[in-house]
Design a binder for this molecule. Structure first.
Ligand code: FES
Length: 180
C-alpha cells in the first residue's frame, strides 16, 4: 500500500469511510468492487481523483479500477449539485428513521432521491451503509459526515449551507462590481 495520493484525504472524513472499508478487507485486491461501492456511497459519484485513490491504496492498476467501475451500471461518474446530501438508508439508519429525512428533503426541494434541483444547487442521494452504524442515522452534507440526525436538523443544516453560499456569491458579485 502506498501513501495517500490526495491532499484532501487527510481532512475529508469521507476518505476515512473508504479507508475503513479497505481495512475491513485487509486491503485485498478482491475488495475492489466493495470499496468502489463504499466510495460512491460516501461521495455520491466516482471522480477521477477517487478512482486514483482507490487504485493507489489497493495497489490495483488504475485501468483495472476503471474497468470495474465502468462495467457495473450502479456506478455513476456524474458530479453532484453545488451542495449535496447523502442519507444512509442501511438497516441501522433505516430503523432510526433515515427515510423520514429523505422524505423531508425530497419534499422541501421538490426532487426525488438521486436527483439534482433544476438550478443545479442541490442533490439528494442515498447510500446503503456508510459504515458508521453506531451514529445512525448518518448523513453526509457537502462531504461532512454527521450522525444522529433528524429531518429537522438535516433540513436546517442544508438550508443554512445553501443560504450562506448564496450570500457569499452575492457579496463577491457586489465586490467585483464595485472594483470594476
Ligand atoms: S446503516 Fe447507516 S451507517 Fe450503517
Amino acid at each position: 500500500m502506498s501513501d495517500r495520493s490526495s491532499g484532501n484525504a487527510e481532512s475529508d472524513k469521507r476518505y476515512q469511510l473508504i479507508d475503513r472499508s479497505m481495512k475491513r478487507f485487509d486491503y485485498q485486491k478482491d475488495a475492489l468492487l466493495e470499496v468502489l461501492n463504499t466510495t460512491q456511497e460516501a461521495f455520491g459519484y466516482l471522480s477521477e481523483e477517487l478512482l486514483g485513490y482507490v487504485s493507489d491504496q489497493l495497489n490495483v492498476p488504475l485501468s483495472q479500477v476503471y474497468g470495474v467501475a465502468t462495467f457495473y451500471h450502479m456506478f455513476t461518474f456524474d458530479p453532484l449539485g453545488d451542495h449535496n446530501c447523502i442519507i444512509c438508508t442501511g438497516t441501522a439508519c433505516h430503523v432510526k428513521g433515515s427515510n423520514l429525512i429523505v422524505n423531508a428533503l425530497s419534499e422541501a426541494f421538490n426532487i426525488d432521491e438521486g436527483q439534482t434541483t433544476p438550478d443545479g444547487v442541490f442533490s439528494l442521494k442515498t447510500a446503503r451503509c456508510l459504515g458508521s452504524c453506531g451514529l445512525a442515522p448518518v448523513v453526509v452534507i457537502d462531504g461532512d459526515v454527521t450522525g444522529k440526525q433528524t429531518p429537522e436538523t438535516t433540513l436546517q443544516r442544508v438550508r443554512e449551507i445553501i443560504a450562506l453560499s448564496a450570500e457569499t456569491t452575492q457579496a463577491e458579485h457586489t465586490r467585483s462590481e464595485v472594483e470594476a
